[in-house]
Design a binder for this molecule. Structure first.
Ligand code: 5AD
Ligand code: SF4
Length: 436
């Protein structure tokens, strides 16, 4: 049986697709690179916003109409199965054969078999308090970047967010388990490890915290860069800031989701910090490491957010000067506390106005921040020997996660190249390798 997996959403889903590949290969399924070749198509889905859902629904219909698509088995895995359990199982509108939630992947082979034997929709959407896929060997396509999920789930219940419902409660893997997987990645030639979790810095196992875990991973020979995502501002003790600032293998980049700048809105969101707390944390980070690259996530148009309150988000963006920001319109998610408590009362027009304003502001800030790198020299880890536009250029990333494009030279994928930055846009740096 040939299986094709298509992945939507966050890096955790990318990693989970590697877990699923690992599990299916053990059971002698063959992995293929296109839907056309496959007998079984898995869509690893995201439910964080309505447009993520809609993309997958459209894709399922398109796959059914694919030449021979009527005979293929199509399954949804990831976050849609747990966020839309009733709808997906009960009403037959979406032409799928089986669904499996994020904690059900060990049972995926038997679920697939069940769906082959019977035309009834097969499903397994139980969430677990303990599943961390310990002992499963993720099947990676290779390359210099590797992911490791060190914790799963979320206990925060931010009122806008579907994740606690789609992925269940927080649980962490043991330090040994994580270090073993990191060693395997290093042995496969992976230079950079991204440590993943829905609330990665609330990692906790047997009295060991996230700072300890990062230090342990950094002791592995061969691991040269460590990144992590996504942290919550509430879990940045001094010990963690010290590790990020001082451990040379831990990248000097912190993604610090702000969500909103106004304290009343933050309270309604149940973020557990206010505007002043957030700004104080940013100051503290900058005291530890002034050049820390900071990026963020922002939601505009949360229910009841006024024009004046939105100005607080603008204010925080101007004060912090994030290197980049992902900015989203609030999207009501069924079952969340916000959907139950507050009407989605900021108009679509207002949301658009606010997102346009923030994107313009962020573009100016990103451009200024990137231009400040002109003349500097950065160690760039080469990730690709071409760029989207050109095969005579190559690209890689700085320690601070900035994309750098430079003329192709002798360096190969996975090499570190010292690059002098010569030009910059809001999204990318350009440079030349220093001659060695
Ligand atoms: N509407 C809009 N954006 C959301 N996010 C999470 N839930 C929602 C929602 N209901 C955003 C947050 C989060 C990022 C991954 O997605 O900014 O940090
Ligand atoms: Fe989307 Fe969140 Fe699920 Fe990731 S965890 S796939 S962002 S809903």
């Amino acid at each position: 049986m040939k299986v094709y997996i298509e992945t939507y959403g966050c890096q955790m889903n990318e990693y989970d697709s590697e877990i699923v590949r690992g599990i299916l290969r053990e059971k002698a399924y063959a992995l293929v690179d296109s839907a056309e070749e496959a007998d079984i198509i898995l869509l690893n889905t995201c439910s964080v916003r309505d447009n993520a859902d809609r993309k997958v629904i459209a894709r399922v219909h398109a796959l059914r109409h694919l030449n021979g698509g009527a005979h293929k088995k199509i399954g949804l895995i990831g976050c849609m199965p747990t966020s839309h359990r009733q709808g997906l199982i009960a009403d037959g509108k979406l032409p799928i054969d089986f669904i499996a939630g994020p904690d059900s992947y060990r049972r995926l082979p038997s679920l697939i078999e069940k769906s082959i034997e019977s035309s009834d929709k097969a499903f397994d959407i139980r969430l677990s308090r303990s599943e961390t896929y310990s002992g499963v060997h993720p099947f990676r396509s290779g390359g210099v970047n590797g992911w490791i999920a060190v914790m799963r789930g979320c206990n925060n219940f931010c009122t806008f967010c579907v994740v606690p419902y789609t992925r269940g409660r927080e649980r962490s893997r043991s330090v040994d388990d994580v270090v073993t997987e990191a060693r395997e990645l290093a042995a496969q030639g992976c230079k950079q490890i991204t440590v993943l979790g829905q609330n990665v810095n609330s990692y906790q196992h047997d009295g060991h915290d996230f700072a300890y875990l990062l230090d342990k991973i950094s002791e592995i020979d061969g691991v040269q860069r460590i990144r992590f995502t996504s942290p919550h501002p509430k879990d940045f003790p001094t010990s963690l800031l010290r590790v990020v600032a001082e451990n040379p293998k831990v990248c000097k980049h912190i993604h610090l989701p702000l969500q909103a700048g106004n304290s009343r809105v933050l309270d309604l969101m149940h973020r557990t910090y206010d505007k002043e707390d957030y700004l104080a944390l940013v100051d503290k980070i900058k005291r530890f490491f002034p050049a820390m690259v900071l990026t963020t996530d922002i939601i505009v148009g949360f229910p009841t957010e006024t024009e004046k309150e939105f100005e607080d988000t603008v204010d925080v963006m101007q004060r912090v000067e994030f290197d980049s920001a992902f900015i989203f319109k609030y999207s009501e998610r069924k079952g969340t506390l916000a959907a139950k408590r507050f009407p989605d009362d900021v108009s679509a027009v207002k949301k658009t106005e606010r997102i346009v304003r923030l994107n313009e502001l962020q573009k100016e800030i990103s451009l200024a921040k990137n231009r400040a790198h002109i003349g500097q020299v950065h160690a760039v880890l080469i990730e690709s020997l071409r760029t989207k536009k050109s095969s005579s250029d190559m690209q890689g990333r700085t320690d601070g996660n900035k994309l750098v494009i430079l003329p192709r030279g002798d360096a190969g994928i996975g090499d570190f190249v010292q690059v002098r930055i010569t030009d910059a846009s809001a999204h990318v740096l350009k440079g030349r390798a220093l001659s060695t």
